[in-house]
Design a protein around this ligand. Structure first.
Ligand code: FES
Ligand code: FES
Length: 128
C-alpha cells in the first residue's frame, strides 16, 4: 500500500507532538482508542477563556496514518472555536491525506479525539 506524500510528511515531521498538564483548567484532554487495531491517540487542546483553541498537542501510538491524522488536526484546530473544531469530519482528514479505505478508521480516531477533548473541556467547565 502506498502512503500519500502528505501522510509521509506528517509522519516524518509530526507537528505539535507532546502534551500539556492535564490538571491545568485551560487544557482539554481527549484520549481515544481504535478497537480495530488497538492504537491510541491522545489530543490536548489549550483553550482561551473565550473558547478559542490557542494550541494543540498530540501523542499517538499507532500507524503512520494515525500519526499523520493527529498531526494534521493539531494544525487545523488552532485558532478555531470549539464548535468549529467539533465540525471537523473524518472525511475531511481522509481526503486531505488521501487515505486509502483500510486507513479510514485512523482518521475516525482523530475526529473522535477532537470530540473527546471538547467533552472533557465542557465537563471541566461544567458546561455539559
Ligand atoms: Fe495499529 Fe496500524 S493497526 S498501527
Ligand atoms: Fe489503527 Fe491506523 S491502523 S489507527
Amino acid at each position: 500500500m502506498a502512503y500519500s506524500e502528505k501522510v509521509i510528511d506528517h509522519y516524518e515531521n509530526p507537528r505539535n507532538v507532546g502534551g500539556f498538564d492535564k490538571n491545568d483548567p485551560s487544557i482539554a484532554t481527549g484520549m481515544v482508542g481504535a478497537p480495530a487495531c488497538g492504537d491510541v491517540m491522545k489530543l490536548q487542546l489549550k483553550i482561551s477563556d473565550d473558547g478559542i483553541i490557542e494550541d494543540a498537542k498530540f501523542k499517538t501510538y499507532g500507524c503512520g496514518s494515525a500519526i499523520a491524522s493527529s498531526s494534521l488536526i493539531t494544525e487545523w484546530v488552532k485558532g478555531k472555536s470549539l464548535d468549529e473544531a467539533a465540525s471537523i469530519k473524518n472525511t475531511d482528514i481522509a481526503e486531505e491525506l488521501a487515505l486509502p479505505p483500510v486507513k479510514i478508521h485512523c482518521s475516525i480516531l482523530a475526529e473522535d479525539a477532537i470530540k473527546a477533548a471538547i467533552d472533557d473541556y465542557k465537563q471541566k467547565k461544567n458546561l455539559a
